[in-house]
Design a protein around this ligand. Structure first.
Ligand code: GDP
Ligand code: IMO
Ligand code: MG
Length: 415
């Protein structure tokens, strides 16, 4: 299949990096189509662990790595990753992608502080403010780095307004024009050679029969339009946005692989029906190493939620699932799985509620499956296989990959 989208089917951190790394071995190009350095994708092979936030992880395998127009780019993070991994593969960034500026980070932090108890729990990397400026049509784009005069002028115009906001609204430190302009000019000098027409590049590759992977960041339930708003990110992680985020037609996407953990985690605030109420939450967190890649925060842990996963199958058009971290559940004698929600009016449903009040106040209905309590190896024990088949039956989607450990080779392919 020439083109494959790898999309997070939960609230992010599903193990997309590992699945992308695995499938990248048979791909020519790996693209990111949305998000920025709020992503943290962990890849482990040959005894090394890599945590990548901005560049598509395919760079590690010597592939062509592309950041599409739908991404936001923090040049400081990007230059750092290019220094570390740039010489392993080839890299291009779309001139239409937007730059994260220092005031975006400052405003993200100040606005979360101001929200207090109502905060979203963002990664504080400036993602929301950068996408807000993009939508307001006052953003600074990657192509603006091509001309030092234009870059400086845009920084000057933006800063005149942002400093007023920072000082008067957020009572935060302001930025010095000369300081920002010279810092960004030095990033610009590094980035200029990498700016390319990424839409054309991907189109040509697909026409030539090359294999292209689209690496989603975040996850379906963090989608700005379809996720658990306002506790979402500011881009569209859903698979369809691989087309808009790169600049190709939706009919070019052949295969949609949804990545889901065998349980669920969530970082940041917001409703989470299947969150584990007992000390078993701590046990899952420890066994799964569920601490954020970007922020180090504890991830909240829940049992697998098939209502939310069914929603992800629908929103993305998932053609197969990769079920990761099944090994983490090996410790449990019994494993609850959320199969339905009871809504505040007493009715129950297997479909994700369309109204946020229903979702915020729903009660999960669990079915308990037997555990296997043994290590996972090349062949799944009966109870582990039954767990996977239960998921397939409930969603009517094949589980083609099962994660049994963090390293690249710890994955089982199912027919
Ligand atoms: P991503 O953001 O979706 O790429 O996921 P993260 O890298 O943030 O988090 C997933 C974590 O789970 C990483 O630490 C991975 O190394 C790890 N991981 C991925 N797949 C498996 C698996 O099948 N088993 C175990 N035990 N760990 C896994
Ligand atoms: P990967 O690609 C998990 C969450 C944040 C917060 C919300 C908004 O590693 O799966 P933002 O900084 O985007 O404005 O934060 O989204 N979030 C993630 N959670 N994995 C991610 O990325 C995330 N990126 C953002 O915790 O709740
Ligand atoms: Mg992550």
């Amino acid at each position: 299949m020439p083109s494959t989208v790898i999309v997070g089917a939960q609230w992010g951190d599903e193990g997309k990096g590992k699945i992308v790394d695995l499938l990248a071995q048979e791909s020519d190009i790996v693209c990111r189509y949305q998000g920025g350095p709020n992503a943290g994708h962990t890849i482990i092979f040959d005894g090394e662990t890599y945590k990548i936030r901005q560049i598509p992880t395919g760079i590690l395998s010597g592939k062509t790595a592309i950041l599409g127009a739908g991404c936001v780019v923090d040049p400081e993070v990007l230059v750092g990753e290019l220094d570390a991994y740039g010489d392993r593969g080839t890299f291009y960034v779309s001139g239409n992608a937007h730059l994260i500026m220092p005031w975006h980070v400052a405003i993200d932090q100040a606005s979360e502080r101001r929200l207090g108890d109502l905060q979203i729990g963002t990664t504080r990397r400036g993602i929301g403010p950068a996408y807000a400026d993009k939508a307001s049509r006052i953003g600074i784009r990657v192509q603006d780095v091509l001309d030092p005069k234009i870059l400086r002028q845009k920084i000057e115009v933006a800063l005149a307004e942002k400093n007023v906001w920072l000082e008067r609204v957020y009572e935060a430190e302001t930025f010095d024009l000369e300081d920002v302009a010279s810092r960004y000019e030095s990033y610009a000098q590094r980035l200029r050679p990498y700016v390319g027409d990424t839409s054309l590049l991907v189109d040509k590759a697909l026409r030539a029969g090359q294999n292209v992977l689209f690496e989603g960041a975040q996850g379906t339930l963090l989608d700005l339009d379809h996720g658990t708003y306002p506790f979402v990110t500011s881009s569209n992680p859903v698979a369809a946005s691989a087309a808009t985020g790169i600049g190709i037609g939706p009919n070019r996407l052949d295969r949609i692989v949804g990545v889901a953990k065998a349980y669920v985690t969530r970082v940041g605030e917001g409703p989470f029906p299947s969150e584990i109420a007992s000390p078993q939450q701590e046990q899952v967190r420890e066994l799964g190493g569920e601490f954020g890649t970007v922020t180090g925060r504890e991830r909240r842990c829940g049992w697998l939620d098939l209502v939310a996963l069914r929603y992800a199958v629908r929103l993305n058009g998932i053609t197969s699932l990769a079920l990761t971290k099944l090994d983490v559940l090996s410790a449990f004698a019994e494993i609850p799985v959320c199969v339905r929600y009871v809504l505040p009016d007493g009715t129950d449903t297997a479909n994700f509620p369309a109204h946020q009040s229903d979702f915020h106040h729903c009660r999960p209905v669990f079915e308990t499956l037997p555990g296997w309590q043994s290590e996972l190896d090349d062949e799944l024990p009966d109870a582990a296989r039954a767990y996977v088949e239960f998921v397939e039956r409930a969603l009517d989607v094949p589980v083609q990959l099962v994660g049994t450990g963090a390293e690249r080779e710890r994955v089982l392919a199912r027919a």
